[in-house]
Design a protein around this ligand. Structure first.
Ligand SMILES: [Zn+2]
Length: 67
């Protein structure tokens, strides 16, 4: 570590400033049961049948790793 001088990275970051996505307004939450720990949770998308839904904690564990 210590060699993190990425000039291009900052450039890319500022590029996404004017996206068309808007995050104002309440999100519709859907109740679901976590497919891992079984806790009841709410997700900001409609759970699809046959697809596991994870609570926040388990989602961290199950999402694809990126490093
Ligand atoms: Zn869970």
């Amino acid at each position: 570590m210590g060699d993190f001088r990425s000039g291009g990275f900052k450039d890319r970051d500022s590029n996404s400033g004017g996206g068309p996505r808007r995050f104002d307004g309440p999100r519709e939450m859907h109740k679901a049961t976590c497919g891992d720990c079984g806790k009841e949770c709410e997700v900001p998308f409609k759970p699809k049948e046959g697809r596991p839904v994870y609570c926040r904690d388990c989602y961290q564990k199950h999402r694809p790793e990126r490093s």
